[in-house]
Design a protein around this ligand. Structure first.
Ligand code: HEM
Length: 131
């Protein structure tokens, strides 16, 4: 059925996919995102999305979401941005973040798509070294 198909797509996606509540609490995380950040789902689900980012965004992310909810002005939703992720081992990596707002069963959630840029960035840095 449709739900099984959607689930299979999300489970096998190359990019990371994370959904959060309006309060920024992680509700789902796919295997790609788990691998990128170095966690198993249980370590992330139920926690604030800010656990996956370094400062200063970590301390500010709740405010980013609240600002959007009060003003309706998107800075990332529908635009995308290159941001820095924080892995469980404390290392950081660059990725392209796309966020969309979705209404499911009468409530709003946010879906984040995470496209790893570490390899692209490494190649870029090597080119710069040799320039
Ligand atoms: C806003 C960073 C992950 C949902 C923002 C902003 C930044 C940011 C910098 C606000 C920009 C501004 O106000 O100028 C990050 C970082 C992440 C991350 C570093 C690394 C893990 C996520 C994920 C989601 C998400 C995975 C959704 C599942 C949102 C929402 C907003 C927001 C809903 C407010 C709407 C908007 O400004 O368009 N984030 N974010 N974020 N982020 Fe994140």
């Amino acid at each position: 059925d449709n739900a099984a198909l959607l689930n299979a797509i999300i489970e096998n996606a190359i990019d990371g996919i994370i959904t959060i509540s309006q309060r920024g609490v992680v509700e789902s995380i796919n295997p790609s995102a788990c691998k990128l950040f170095g966690y198993v789902p249980d370590e992330v689900i139920g926690h604030n999305i800010s656990m996956l980012m370094p400062q200063p965004d970590k301390a500010r992310h709740d405010t980013y979401i609240e600002r959007y909810q009060h003003t309706g002005h998107a800075h990332i939703i529908g635009i995308g941005r290159e941001v820095t992720g924080l892995r469980k081992d404390g290392s950081v990596f660059p990725f392209r973040l796309a966020v969309s707002e979705v209404a499911v069963s009468g409530r709003k959630i946010y879906t984040g798509f995470i496209h790893d840029l570490s390899r692209a960035k490494e190649a870029e840095d090597r080119l710069k070294e040799h320039a």
